[in-house]
Design a protein around this ligand. Structure first.
Ligand code: HEM
Length: 240
């Protein structure tokens, strides 16, 4: 039975508030991590807009990856329908934080990330971020029921599925290209005590993509078994 419009509205408000709480928690926890890391690495306490922007970027990556993780977890029956309903909202929150991070980097901190000089110097990483953000923007538009109707259910599902994972891999690569040297230095020396937070965040993305691959494999095996069962049934009927 479908919930009444009032119940649906109440559910939507609950989902949005839960997403706001998770998003604020992701930004605050990332910011605390960066402050601690700076204390260990550079020897002083401090918090500024530069670290805020880093917290935005990590929160964006983690929320987008978490939104996709829910698909894999649902397949393996590890989430309730109520938690699964958060998927779209977490993805949208991650997208908006990604936009905030892009704007903060190049518009609000032009001394650190001058435009277009920085982008030309980091052309691969920047191109991946732009294309991914464009895909996420199209996905945000496609998340409306109107667009779903216009695209047709199957095309809509395929776009959200492949577009989403492709864009997730692109933003993980965007972070990986920028932070690779820092990761390697940490793994060789452990000198900063804590690694760049981008390292566990990208490992989380790898786990999410791995789970999606395991899900595809599981589905293919199940379909094969069904086909074999079907053709066995048919051939035994024919023999009879
Ligand atoms: C959803 C989209 C995006 C995600 C998830 C994302 C994620 C990240 C991550 C995780 C980092 C490494 C942060 C660190 O630990 O230092 C990073 C760095 C950076 N990103 Fe993005 N990014 C996105 C889009 C963009 C866009 C569109 C731009 C440019 C317009 C951009 C510009 C930068 C810059 C300049 C840095 C270096 C920041 C620093 O060293 O502090 N990103 N991004």
């Amino acid at each position: 039975m479908k919930p009444s419009p009032t119940k649906r509205q109440a559910l939507l408000i609950k989902l949005r508030w839960t997403t706001v709480i998770y998003s604020v928690a992701a930004v605050v926890l990332s910011a605390v991590y960066f402050v601690l890391r700076q204390r260990f690495k550079d020897g002083f306490w401090g918090f500024d807009f530069y670290l805020t922007n880093k917290a935005f970027s990590i929160a964006s990556l983690v929320l987008i990856a978490a939104s996709m993780l829910l698909t894999g977890l649902r397949y393996f029956k590890k989430v309730t329908p109520a938690t699964f309903a958060l998927r779209k909202h977490l993805g949208l929150a991650g997208f908006f934080l990604g936009v905030a991070h892009g704007v903060a980097s190049h518009v609000l901190m032009p001394e650190q990330f001058p435009w277009p000089g920085w982008v030309l110097e980091n052309v691969w990483s920047s191109a991946l971020a732009f294309v991914a953000l464009l895909i996420f923007a199209l996905m945000a538009v496609a998340s409306s029921a109107k667009v779903k109707g216009w695209m047709g259910g199957e095309r809509w599902r395929l776009f959200l599925r492949y577009g989403g994972y492709a864009a997730l891999i692109m933003v993980a690569a965007h972070a990986g290209i920028l932070k690779w040297e820092s990761w390697i230095k940490y793994l060789k020396t452990f000198s900063s005590v804590l690694p760049s937070l981008s390292l566990p965040a990208v490992v989380f993305c790898v786990v999410v993509v791995g789970l999606r691959l395991a899900m595809s494999l599981g589905k293919r095996r199940r379909n094969l078994r069904k086909d074999e069962g079907g053709s066995y049934g048919r051939s035994s009927k024919m023999q009879r």
